[in-house]
Design a protein around this ligand. Structure first.
Ligand SMILES: Nc1ncnc2c1ncn2[C@@H]1O[C@H](COP(=O)(O)OP(=O)(O)OP(=O)(O)O)[C@@H](O)[C@H]1O
Length: 260
C-alpha cells in the first residue's frame, strides 16, 4: 500500500511578485509554513516584508500563487481569507478605541460567529444571549492569555504598550486565525514585554497555529522561529533553519552584517 501523502502546508506561497509602478518590491518569492510552525521573514528596510503580507492577503495586486491548506486562494477577497482563518496583525495596533479591551475581544467572537441583522430584529432575545456568550468567551480568552480583569475594563490605548502588542495577537487568535501573519510585534517594546511576546508566539505554535513573523528584533526572531526567509530588495536571498541562515554570507552581507 502506498504511504499516505503528507498534508499540504498551512500556507504555500509560490513565486509571489509585487510591483509598485516601476519598483519591483517582491520578485518571485516562495515559501511555506505548516501548522505548529513559526516562519520568520527578515530583511533590511524596504526588502519587501510588509509587501509579502499585503500580497498573501490579496490586499495589493500581485502575481504568483498562494494556497491555504492546499486550496488556491488567488483572487479571494481579504475579508473572506480572514473568515477562512488567514489573519494578520499590523505594525500599528488596530483596536476599536472606543470599546473596552473586553468589548474588543467580544467583537472578535462576533466576527467568528457572524453578524445576524435579521436575527437582531426578529429574535432580539437570542441576540442578547449570543452577546452574553461572546462576552463570556472573551473574558475566558483574555484571562487565558494573562490579560486580567483589571485591564479588561480599560480602553486598549490605556493599557501598557507591551500588553497592547500581545492583545493584537490574542484578538486575531480569538477571531479564528489558523494561519497568523504577525507584522513587527516587538516594535517599540523591550525587556520583559519582548519575553512575553516570545512566550505568546510559542504558545500559539503549541496550539497548532501556523505563524509567520516579520520582525527586526533579531533576538526575538532567533528565539522563536523554526525557519527563516531572508529578503533583500524584493529577492529571497536565503531560506532555511535559523542557524544555517545566520551563517549564509549573502545574509551577513545584506542584513545581519549591517545590524552588527
Ligand atoms: N504602496 C506603495 N507604493 C509604492 N511603493 C511602495 C508601497 N509600499 C511599499 N513600497 C516600496 O516597496 C518596497 C518594499 O516595501 P515594504 O514595506 O514591503 O518593505 P519592508 O521590508 O516591509 O520594509 P520595512 O522594514 O521598512 O517595513 C520599498 O521600497 C517601499 O518604499
Amino acid at each position: 500500500m502506498p504511504a499516505p501523502a503528507d498534508p499540504p502546508p498551512a500556507l504555500c506561497v509560490e513565486e509571489l511578485g509585487v510591483r509598485y509602478g516601476s519598483l519591483q518590491a517582491l520578485d518571485s518569492v516562495s515559501w511555506t509554513v505548516s501548522d505548529g510552525e513559526i516562519l520568520g521573514i527578515i530583511g533590511p528596510n524596504g526588502a519587501g516584508k510588509s509587501s509579502s503580507f499585503a500580497a498573501v492577503t490579496n490586499s495589493v495586486r500581485r502575481s504568483g500563487t498562494v494556497s491555504l491548506y492546499g486550496s488556491t486562494v488567488d483572487g479571494v477577497a481579504t475579508h473572506r481569507l480572514a473568515r477562512r482563518g488567514l489573519r494578520r496583525t499590523f505594525q500599528q495596533n488596530s483596536f476599536y478605541s472606543g470599546l473596552s479591551v473586553l468589548d474588543n475581544a467580544a467583537a472578535a467572537f462576533t466576527v467568528v460567529d457572524g453578524v445576524r441583522l435579521a436575527g437582531s430584529l426578529c429574535t432580539p432575545w437570542r441576540e442578547v444571549s449570543r452577546r452574553r456568550r461572546h462576552r463570556a468567551s472573551a473574558r475566558a480568552l483574555l484571562a487565558e492569555f494573562g490579560i486580567g480583569a483589571k485591564y479588561q475594563q480599560m480602553y486598549p490605548d490605556d493599557i501598557p504598550y507591551g500588553l497592547q502588542r500581545c492583545l493584537s495577537i490574542v484578538l486575531a487568535f480569538g477571531a479564528g486565525a489558523r494561519v497568523l501573519l504577525v507584522d513587527e510585534p516587538a516594535a517599540g517594546v523591550g525587556g520583559q514585554d519582548m519575553q512575553n511576546l516570545a512566550e505568546l508566539l510559542g504558545e500559539l505554535r503549541g496550539r497548532g497555529l501556523a505563524v509567520v513573523l516579520i520582525e527586526h528584533h533579531m533576538d526575538l526572531v532567533m528565539e522563536v522561529v523554526d525557519r527563516l526567509v531572508v529578503l533583500d530588495r524584493g529577492q529571497r536571498i536565503a531560506y532555511g533553519e535559523p542557524e544555517e541562515v545566520q551563517r549564509d554570507p549573502a545574509v551577513l552581507e545584506a542584513y545581519l552584517g549591517r545590524v552588527a
